[in-house]
Design a protein around this ligand. Structure first.
Ligand SMILES: *Cc1c(COP(=O)(O)O)cnc(C)c1O
Length: 342
C-alpha cells in the first residue's frame, strides 16, 4: 500500500459517508430545495454561531465568494504575505473581482501585528483604493499549520474592525486549530464577519467547503456563487458527507496531530533534516533538507511507496484519516535510509 502524505486532501470518504451518499435525500439546491444541503448549512451556521451558511465547491471558491461578497471592484483587501488567498489561488479576487490585494508581513507564529493592519488602511483619498476587508488564516498553512489562538485572532479581527474593515477568516483547517487549542470554532470566529472551512481536507469529504456569515452577506454570496457558475443541483449527495464530517470526523483530528508530532520528532533525529518538532501543533509537517535536494528526496521516497509534496528545499508530510501510527514508523525509517543516500 502506498503511504500518501502529500496532503489531507487525498483522504477518501469513509464507508459511512459512502452509505450516506447513496441514501441522501436530494432536491434542487438552486431552488433551495435540497434538504440535505439545507441541513448541512444550518448545522454549520449553528456550530460557528453565525446567521447563515452556504455550501461551495472548494476552499478557493469559498475565499473567492467571501471576498467578492464583501468587496467591490477597486476595493482593497489586506492580508498576510504568505497566506493562501494571496499566494495560492491564482490571484482570483483580483482577476475575477478587481479587488486589490495588499500583503502584510506575517510573523513566524502566523499572526499579523495589529499596527500593521491599522497602518495599511488607506485614507479617504481618490488616489487610493478603498480598504474594505482584512483576511487571515487559521490554521496557517504557511507556517506548518500553526493554530492561531482566540486571543491572537480577536486582536487582529478587532483591530481591523476598529479601523472600519470587515473581517474574513480563511479557516480551511479551522477544526485542526479548534482541536489543537481545545477551543470551539465559535470562539475562534467570534469577531470575524465571514469564515470558510474545507470539508474535503482532514474531515475527509470528497468535495466541498462552507462559508458562514451574516444573512445579508451569505445572500450576496449566493448571487456570486451563481455568477461563478457554481450553483449546483442535487448536491445533497455531497452534503451528506459533510454532515457526517461535522458529526464524526472532528475529534479524530487529534490522532492526525499525534501522528504529526511523532513524525516531526522522528524526522528531527535524522541527519540533514531540519525541523523543530516544538513548532508542529497540528497536521502539517514541514521540514528542510539540504539545498535543492528536495525533489531527489521525494523521488527516492517513492521507491519506498511513500508520496510527499516536494519542492527544492522545503518538503511537507501530512498525516490524515487512513494514516496510522505504523505508517509513521515506516516513513521515518524510509526517510532515514533516503537521507543516508543523499
Ligand atoms: C487548501 C486551502 C485552501 C483552498 O482549498 P481548496 O479546496 O484546495 O481550493 C484555502 N486556504 C487554505 C489555508 C488552505 O489550506
Amino acid at each position: 500500500m502506498e503511504i500518501d502524505l502529500r496532503s489531507d486532501t487525498v483522504t477518501k470518504p469513509s464507508p459511512e459517508m459512502r452509505k450516506a451518499m447513496a441514501n441522501a435525500e436530494v432536491g434542487d439546491d438552486v431552488y433551495k430545495g435540497d434538504p440535505t444541503v439545507n441541513k448541512l448549512e444550518e448545522k454549520a451556521a449553528e456550530l460557528f454561531g453565525k446567521e447563515d451558511a452556504i455550501f461551495v465547491s472548494s476552499g478557493t471558491q469559498g475565499n473567492l465568494v467571501s471576498v467578492l461578497s464583501q468587496a467591490n471592484r477597486g476595493d482593497e483587501i489586506l492580508l498576510g504575505d504568505i497566506c493562501h488567498i494571496f499566494g495560492s489561488e491564482a490571484g482570483g479576487v483580483s482577476v475575477l473581482g478587481g479587488v486589490v490585494m495588499y500583503p502584510l508581513k506575517t510573523n513566524p507564529d502566523g499572526t499579523i501585528d495589529e499596527e500593521r493592519i491599522t497602518e495599511a488602511v488607506k485614507p479617504d483619498d481618490y488616489h487610493k483604493p478603498s480598504t474594505k476587508l482584512f483576511a487571515f488564516e487559521n490554521t496557517h498553512g504557511g507556517v506548518s499549520g500553526m493554530p492561531i489562538s482566540k486571543e491572537s485572532s480577536d486582536k487582529m479581527a478587532l483591530a481591523a474592525k476598529k479601523a472600519g474593515l470587515r473581517v474574513h477568516m480563511d479557516g480551511a483547517r479551522i477544526f485542526n486549530a479548534s482541536v489543537a487549542l481545545n477551543t470551539s470554532v465559535k470562539d475562534l470566529t467570534e469577531h470575524v464577519d465571514s469564515a470558510t472551512f474545507c470539508l474535503s481536507k482532514g474531515l475527509s469529504c470528497p468535495v466541498g467547503s462552507i462559508i458562514v456569515g451574516e444573512k445579508d452577506q451569505i445572500a450576496e454570496a449566493r448571487r456570486i456563487r451563481k455568477l461563478l457558475g457554481s450553483a449546483m443541483r442535487q448536491v445533497g449527495v455531497l452534503a451528506a458527507c459533510g454532515i457526517i464530517a461535522l458529526d464524526n470526523m472532528i475529534d479524530r483530528l487529534a490522532d492526525d496531530h499525534e501522528n504529526a508530532k511523532k513524525l516531526a520528532i522522528g524526522l528531527s533525529e535524522i541527519s540533514k533534516v531540519e525541523i523543530n518538532p516544538d513548532n508542529i501543533h497540528t497536521n502539517l509537517v514541514k521540514f528542510k533538507v539540504p539545498e535543492n535536494k528536495g525533489f531527489e528526496v521525494s523521488d527516492k521516497l517513492k521507491d519506498f511507496g511513500i508520496l510527499i509534496n516536494g519542492s527544492y528545499t522545503e518538503l511537507r508530510m501530512v498525516p490524515h484519516y487512513g494514516i496510522e501510527s505504523e505508517h509513521i514508523d515506516t516513513t521515518i525509517s524510509s526517510m532515514s535510509k533516503v537521507m543516508n543516500s543523499i
